[in-house]
Design a binder for this molecule. Structure first.
Ligand code: HEC
Ligand code: HEC
Length: 397
């Protein structure tokens, strides 16, 4: 690739309309551009090292899967991890805010677990750093499974589900055998979380049409998908925050998602102003306070962290909905409209500052303000190109 090409491409991506791009862009030029900017995407999903303290084995993964789908880990006996992270729904929750035991509501959407194995930070605010650590939390969270570890361990060791007074002899036999094989019979919160984490690391999405195209197969994408891809890596500038191979930068940004706001005056002194501003836009502020990234204790004085949430990876994004940390955007089309509104300066955050990359319209959809006809369909087509084969399809059978 010549220096001239490198220079020409960003100019063209900025100025050429997508219809022109789709016809004139040469695959190999765009491919070189993407590989030059994102060298790690050359070997997508390179084998990653599971942590030394929790090496995966097929038996451990099978045990983790059993636990993931077992509603008896919850106090009410009806809520499993899989109730909120539904396999047929991209391991995300179909409701904007999923319900735990007795219909208890948290305040965020359950994110898709695809490729969580690769995340440096977990949760929308990134407050946790490992799957092992995370797996200790839902069981005892009052808005999720609402149980106690004592009750969970009793159930796993004896088959007796104390909160509901039911007994499960087959499960007891299964757990007895599997914990004996994997952890020499040790049943503790630590071994339970290790098995869950090992299972979650198998939820990988790879080999999408995009990867086949990047590896050199020009025919893996349709012309419209290529138009969307050129936008994604060019004029719409999505790839600054959603770079391949995982289509996330593992960082936190405030992108003015509707209703991301605050309610209680003691938590946030500007509530009255926020509610007035929200009402003027016809939005209702949810009842719960959500500071986003700023909730992480060390970041409480960081203004950048206010209202910022983790960039989700976009692989398999077409398998689930709604979108964003609060499920405020029901469809992918709404997401694209949202970015257009940001570009046109028509949507601003209720709290905190709009992320640097979206503060300037130019960097976004429609350098001249507002998108161009065909942008959204092209981008939606490109999202389809990120749907990959999934390893757990086999595991589910
Ligand atoms: C009642 C619904 C519910 C249940 C049950 C539930 N989760 Fe979640 N899960 C959520 C929500 C909501 C979030 C996001 C919370 C946040 O960001 O503050 C989440 C986040 C996660 C994340 C972080 C993913 C990421 O990329 O940041 C992991 C991992 C996870 N859950 C695993 C589990 C496991 C394992 C179980 C079972 C032990 C479980 N969940 C049970 C709702 C649920
Ligand atoms: C400034 C960084 C940034 C840029 C630029 C950006 N995004 Fe995002 N994106 C985010 C963040 C952060 C979220 C989650 C926000 C939230 O939940 O509050 C998100 C969420 C999404 C989601 C929802 C995924 C889910 O699981 O809920 C989609 C789809 C998406 N972005 C696509 C795009 C597209 C297409 C573009 C280009 C037009 C783009 N993004 C540009 C940071 C960015």
């Amino acid at each position: 690739m010549t220096f001239g090409m490198l220079f020409y491409l960003p100019v063209c991506l900025t100025l050429c309309p997508p219809s022109v791009l789709a016809e004139t862009i040469r695959d190999h030029v765009l491919r070189q551009h993407i590989l030059a900017l994102h060298p790690r995407s050359r070997s997508p999903m390179a084998a990653f090292a599971a942590p030394w303290h929790n090496p995966p084995t097929p038996e451990k993964i099978a045990l983790g899967q059993l636990l993931f789908f077992d509603p008896n880990l919850s106090r009410c006996g009806t809520v499993a991890c899989a109730s909120c992270h539904q396999p047929q729904h991209g391991y995300a929750s179909p409701e904007p805010i999923p319900s735990g035991c007795e219909g208890q509501k948290g305040r965020r959407r359950a994110p898709s677990l695809y490729n969580a194995a690769y995340r440096r930070h977990l949760f929308w605010d990134g407050r946790v750093q490992s799957l092992e650590q995370q797996a200790l939390m839902p069981v005892v969270s009052p808005t999720e499974m609402g149980n106690t570890w004592t009750a969970v361990l009793t159930y796993l060791r004896t088959g007796r589900h104390e909160p509901t007074g039911t007994v499960h002899p087959e499960r007891w036999a299964q757990y007895g055998e599997q914990f004996a094989n994997v952890f020499s019979g040790t049943i503790t919160p630590v071994t339970v979380s290790q098995a869950l984490a090992a299972y979650e690391r198998t939820l990988i999405s790879r080999d999408a049409p995009f990867d086949r195209w990047l590896a050199g197969d020009d025919s893996a994408l349709t012309p419209r998908q290529k138009g969307g891809m050129a936008l994604f890596f060019g004029r719409a500038n999505c790839s600054v925050c959603h770079p391949p191979p995982w289509f996330t930068d593992d960082a936190f940004h405030n992108i003015a998602v509707p209703q991301a706001g605050f309610e209680k005056p003691e938590h946030f002194p500007y509530n009255a102003r926020i509610r007035t501003a929200a009402a003027a836009r016809g939005w209702t502020v949810p009842l719960d306070v959500d500071l986003g990234r700023q909730e992480v204790p060390a970041l409480q004085s960081s203004s950048h962290a206010l209202g910022a949430f983790k960039t989700p990876g976009l692989r398999n994004v077409t398998l689930y909905r709604p979108y964003m940390h609060n499920g405020a955007l029901p469809t992918l089309e709404d997401v694209m409209q949202h970015y257009e509104l940001l570009a046109a300066g028509e949507r601003r955050p209720l709290v905190g500052e709009l992320a640097f990359y979206v503060r300037y319209r130019k960097a976004f959809f429609g350098a001249q303000g507002g998108g161009q006809a065909g942008d959204i369909p092209a981008m939606l087509a490109f999202m389809q190109a990120l749907q990959g084969s999934t390893q757990d399809d086999a595991a589910q059978d």
